[in-house]
Design a protein around this ligand. Structure first.
Ligand SMILES: Cc1cc2nc3c(=O)[nH]c(=O)nc-3n(C[C@H](O)[C@H](O)[C@H](O)COP(=O)(O)OP(=O)(O)OC[C@H]3O[C@@H](n4cnc5c(N)ncnc54)[C@H](O)[C@@H]3O)c2cc1C
Length: 561
């Protein structure tokens, strides 16, 4: 077995979180290696060429909103090509020839909603205000490292007190609103404001995106809020298309990490995270047989891969293993990517309009229809009428397709989540045909415009992209899997039971989406632990040099604020 030079930090997984962690660490001068199993970095935020050289396709994730602006600035991502085109507003074409749009301008929006219900049009500002009030409380918490609730250690008690102080800003009304939002369904929430099928269908989609739950399931109101927390260009709640697809984001972060001196290796699967008999991390073993020792290892892969496959189970407490084994990680999501020889021509809105074709095109006519689609999958059948959240980023981004041609991204649900464990059996293609037929019904001629089609179901997501169970967030965003419970009791602070082994993938708090928050927070946690003496370098000549680098990181981060 070969062995290469010892690193300060090895990062397992070159998705955006791994790359963010590597970039921050390397910026401070540490010797960092990122090991990515696939031949391209990015994980679920990746652009590939499944249709040949002409088209660049954002394979899985497709829009950005949750990446904090200060992270983008810290890592100077613009210098590495990061650019976001703001996405147009919602456009929901209907089979009866009508459409619902939600433009930014309040008067125009009021007029559009009034086509379906005057009462809904009047209720919309109050609905937005309600969400904004709750987002103002919860959004800052998304960027925090959760305290260890239940722990009696002084440091943990201090952090619990900070959480209470933050929640103390809520008045009685606010406390009830937050509780209801966290525990209720998106259907319950929409019931309070809206009566028309059109509004209820359109707005319930973001409550079930990536979720193994229908709009009447508890917890879906929060999923909607999670998608409402970010922003683009300073506009709260807005989403945008990164240039070059979501791979444009991760290529930029990888460029930054490399620019700061990190080594990013692709085609480099980790097969073992090694530990010492004293319960400390020792390093990793690669598929090639190479051993790499490290002071710190950060895993950003799905927790079931990290803790059930890569680590020796005897290195982990039974209770922790139990939490990971029972981690819920279902979605039933199918991503359909298309290359088109022209833009769709909507029967309800035949002319080209960048605010329509470049918007969020939603195929979902009623909340009940979405619930029915979920109930099909619960009963073990792919949805008869799947809903779809669609975008055509090539409307703005000319790097994706030749002139006049386009790429379309269709995010759809549901197939049974158990499809993750079986290869495509033809049902997935029939399912994709139904999504295309739904589009054809509102945009006649659409089917003829399709030049290439790629259908990525839960099995491919699991096998190829490492999204176990097909869940798009490494684990469901349900109340029992959030904040201090993400992903295991006592380990929401990005530590693990193994000294020097940290976690920073989407299954940790702040994760679920391309947020970069776990990747940034893990660096804070490692620095705090080093200062508190929670982990040490092995004794030897190397120790002084390594210690100096860690101190330099501290100085750098403190001066960067
Ligand atoms: C269909 C779909 C649509 C989505 N849409 C959006 C969206 O529009 N906007 C949004 O914000 N979020 C979206 N998401 C969610 C978002 O993409 C993910 O939450 C996020 O990209 C996960 O990032 P990560 O770095 O935590 O993990 P990942 O991106 O999963 O990265 C982990 C990496 O580890 C690698 N790996 C696995 N095992 C090993 C090993 N043994 N050795 C080395 N490497 C290994 C994997 O190949 C992968 O590259 C979507 C996800 C999906 C699947």
């Amino acid at each position: 077995m070969s062995s290469s030079r010892r690193r300060d930090v090895v990062v397992v997984g070159g998705g955006h979180n791994g790359l963010v962690a590597a970039a921050y660490l390397a910026r401070g001068g540490l010797d960092v290696l990122v090991c990515e199993r696939r031949d391209v970095v990015g994980g679920a935020a990746v652009s590939e060429r499944p249709f040949g050289p002409e088209y660049l396709v954002t394979s899985l994730s497709y829009v950005v909103s949750l990446l904090p602006p200060d992270l983008v600035a810290d890592l100077a991502l613009a210098r590495h090509g990061y650019h976001v085109f703001p996405q147009g507003p919602y456009f929901a074409p209907r089979a009866d020839g009508r459409y619902l749009r939600l433009p930014e301008d309040p008067a125009a929006r009021h007029a559009e909603i009034s086509k379906f219900s005057a009462s809904d049009a009047s209720a919309y500002p109050a609905y937005e205000g309600h969400l904004q009030k709750i987002a103002n409380v919860l959004a800052p918490m998304l960027e925090e490292i959760p305290p260890r609730l239940g722990s009696r250690r002084p440091a943990d008690l201090a952090r619990q007190a900070m959480l209470l102080r933050h929640l103390g800003k809520l008045d009685e009304r606010g406390a009830v609103d937050v509780t209801r939002l966290l525990t209720g369904s998106i259907a319950d929430l929409l019931d309070q404001y809206f009566e028309s099928d059109a509004m209820r269908g359109l707005l319930s989609v973001s409550g079930v995106i990536g979720t193994w739950a229908g709009p009447r399931s508890a917890g879906t109101a929060y999923v909607m809020l999670h998608h409402h927390i970010g922003g683009v260009d300073g506009q709260a709640g807005a989403w945008g298309f990164p240039r070059g697809g979501m791979g444009g984001v991760t290529q930029a972060i990888a460029g930054a990490a490399r620019g700061f001196g990190a080594e990013v290796r692709t085609g480099t699967a980790v097969v073992r995270i090694r530990t010492t008999s004293a319960g400390q991390v020792a390093g990793v073993t690669l598929e090639s047989g190479e051993d790499i020792d490290a002071d710190i290892v950060i895993t950003t892969v799905h927790p079931k891969i990290a803790f059930l496959d890569l680590l020796d189970p005897t290195a982990l407490p039974a209770e922790f293993l139990d939490d990971i084994r029972h981690w819920q990680t279902r979605s039933g999501t199918v991503k359909i990517n298309l290359a088109l020889d022209r833009l769709p021509r909507f029967a309800s809105h035949p002319d080209y309009d960048p605010q329509v074709h470049g918007g969020t095109i939603v195929l979902a006519e009623s909340l009940d229809g979405i619930e029915d689609a979920f109930q099909d999958a619960v009963a073990g059948r792919p949805s008869a009428v799947p809903f779809a959240d669609i975008c055509i980023p090539s409307v703005f981004d000319d790097t994706l397709a030749p002139p006049g041609r386009h790429v379309m991204s269709m995010f759809t649900q549901w197939v049974p989540h158990r499809y993750a464990d079986k290869p495509d059996n033809g049902e997935l293609d029939a399912y994709a045909d139904r999504v295309v037929a739904r589009m054809e019904a509102v945009a006649p001629g659409f089917t003829d415009s399709i030049q290439h089609r790629q259908v990525l179901g839960p099995h491919t997501m699991q096998q190829e992209y490492g999204l176990v169970g097909g869940n798009i967030f490494h684990g469901e965003l349900s109340l029992g899997q959030m904040f201090h419970a993400r992903p295991a009791a006592g380990y929401a602070d990005l530590r693990t039971p193994v000294g020097g082994l940290y976690q920073a993938g989407s299954a940790t708090h702040g994760g679920g989406g391309v947020t970069g928050i776990p990747g940034r927070n893990v660096v804070r946690q490692i620095r705090a632990d080093r200062r508190a003496g929670r982990w040490r370098h092995p004794a030897g000549w190397r120790q002084a040099a390594s210690e100096a680098r860690w101190r330099r990181l501290d100085t750098h981060e403190r001066s960067a604020g």
